[in-house]
Design a protein. Structure first.
Length: 245
């Protein structure tokens, strides 16, 4: 199914980004016009969330070991290592997760996130990925957008929940100049119907990592057999270090 049959974006029938802030989309939220949106918005939030995701397992491992050896806390705190990698993954995945996404003047796609408002510049995208989380009834399927400012935003629907961001992103990628080298993952290219464009020699798009569709369904199983041993290993190592003389 092609992108045109999957979505009718807010600016269909006009040029890229020409109807930002108009029509029923602006009428659905009367306060949206007062929100300040600027290029690079959310860059600090992305940096902080990345640091938190990276440092959570490290601090959860080191701090309890030091405190237990100093007899400041009980050994039960060492069991935090069973959960820290999962917490780190959740922070990395959900901190940039956006909702109420809207297209603004200047090709700026802005959305609310748990860490505040983030805005990606569609005309300066550097990487497009795809996040697929299998569920019992359906797969949560979203695009991961990163621009030249380092802002990352994970989106699916525009404000109102009816139209997806696919059309906006696809037009933005096709409008990039030759040699732009925007990295598009294999799964994202499939969703955006850009497989042929990625392979062309003009260098506008560049192929990213490849993950086959059949692999997605095994993600929960892999988390059980890969992440779980890591958490138990960290817990055992912390226990040994805390008990060492």
């Amino acid at each position: 199914m092609t992108i045109n049959s999957r979505t009718n974006t807010a600016n269909s029938g006009s040029g890229f980004g020409s109807d930002a802030g108009s029509g029923s989309d602006s009428g659905s939220d009367s306060t949206e016009g007062a929100v300040r949106v600027e290029s690079g918005q959310g860059r600090v939030a992305r940096l902080v969330s990345d640091i938190v995701a990276l440092m959570t397992p490290v601090l959860t491992f080191a701090v309890p070991v030091v405190l237990v050896r100093a007899d400041a806390v009980g050994e039960g705190f060492l069991f935090l290592n069973l959960f820290s990698p999962f917490v780190s993954c959740l922070v990395a995945a959900y901190a940039p997760m956006g909702w109420h996404a809207r297209l603004h003047e200047g090709d700026l796609l802005s959305a609310r996130t748990l860490t505040g408002r983030r805005t990606v510049d569609l005309s300066r995208l550097t990487k497009v990925g795809r996040l697929e989380v299998p569920g019992q009834t359906r797969t949560d399927d979203r695009l991961i957008l990163t621009d030249a400012h380092g802002v990352r935003l994970i989106l699916n629907n525009l404000a109102g929940g009816k139209d997806t961001v696919d059309g906006l992103v696809r037009r933005a990628l096709l409008a990039r100049p030759q040699g732009a080298g925007v990295v598009v993952s294999d799964r994202a290219a499939e969703r955006l119907d850009l497989q042929a464009e990625v392979t062309r020699p003009h260098g506008r798009l560049k192929a990213g990592r490849k993950v086959r569709e059949g692999f997605i369904g095994f993600v929960p199983l892999l988390s059980l057999f890969v992440v779980a041993p890591v958490t138990f290993g960290l817990c055992v190592l912390a226990w040994l270090l805390a008990a060492a003389n």
